[in-house]
Design a protein around this ligand. Sequence first.
Ligand code: UGA
Length: 431
Amino acid sequence: MNIAVIGTGYVGLVSGVCYAELGHDVYCVDKDPAKVELLQGGEVPIYEPGLQPLMRSNADAGRLKFTTDTATAIAGAEVVIIAVGTPPLPNGEADMQYIEVAAKEIGEAMNGYKVICVKSTVPVGTNERVRAIIADYYKGSFDNASVPEFLREGTAVQDTMNPDRVVFGTESKHAASLLTELHAPLTKEIVVTDIRSAEMIKYASNAFLATKISFINEIANICEKVGADVSEVAKGMGYDRRIGASFLRAGIGYGGSCFPKDTKALIQIAGNVAYDFKLLKAVVEVNQHQRYGVLDKLFNALGTLKGKTIAVWGLAFKPETDDVRESPALEIVDRLIALGAVPKVYDPVALESFRKVYDDPAMMWCQSAQEAIQGSDALCLLTEWKEFVEFDLAAIEAALANPILIDGRNVYSYEAVKGTGLSYYPVGRPV
Ligand code: UGA
């Protein structure tokens, strides 16, 4: 099959590479000439395990190409996938300008029947809007489909090649069979539905996962007060198949480019039809508050933060990515500085991406985990990178001026901590 993918962000690039890996001919489009040049040279602009070798091998095999020109990419395509960004506007609504530009350019370049799919996370009704824009420019026949994406950063290739399910919404039988053929090698669980339901499935899924996280975080906060252990509680709950064990890891709350944006967008979508999504509003509020738990624990342990050097391990919103968008670390570091502390920050891959969005003369940038803890008054672990999980606890204790370990991700076991002199502050587990 010939496929064009518009937008080479996380979703577009990973999807394009994976469709090529399935044996299709894929043309990826991006407006940014520098990015296209980088991709043509075999370089991946994001940190995503496994993506670069797959991209290179498919490009070498001639199945994957990159261009800045939409018309070139879609000329021979049967399926066109729009995967441009929908960043949040100040009011939480998704910004649709890139979708609209993509639709216009596709409309102008249409040269025959194609299935136009939207993979970006978009409000209900967007595929109809895309159809209308294209129809303004192109009078021939074409079909539309909503093909939401469920990949996670850090495991994007694996998620795309082995999805739990593929969902698409379309009113066209022909488009449904074409898209079924395209995705059949990936999974047996293909949900074909109407366009509006497919658009909603994406928001509802992310909102539900965010709800699980905020729920377990509140349980963790109660566990701290009643002397229970949230890890045990989550384990005991997770065996119930109706609940499921995943996304019940308590910590400092969710971040990233998806959950914060999509929860707020869904609240807006509901608001636009005069529905007050109270539950989801609480999920967002709980998540915002959860990150302050780290600061409360530091206060309890140190009395004051003024003049204290605080090692911060982890800046990315989760491991295996350099993405710091909406990372809890941003606000925690900012608060530390506001409270007069000196954060000594380290992350195995996200130092540079963090520095691009946040820099302050009061903070110290460290080149190793060891450098960050050396002589510091406390350590806060904010991202559960393997390197931190495997770090020798005795070495942490020896390096710190005060043996205070705030574990924002519950990565260390009691047995391991017990043998040390560390004052240990996990989330929702008895100290
Ligand atoms: C999320 C969804 O998991 C994907 O299915 C979806 O496709 C994607 O958003 C998207 O909409 O594009 P992602 O944001 O990459 O993927 O990362 P997750 O692994 O879901 O983690 C999100 C945040 O939740 C992270 O900050 C993580 O630390 C936090 N989290 C996750 C917890 O605090 N506890 C958990 O139990 C799980």
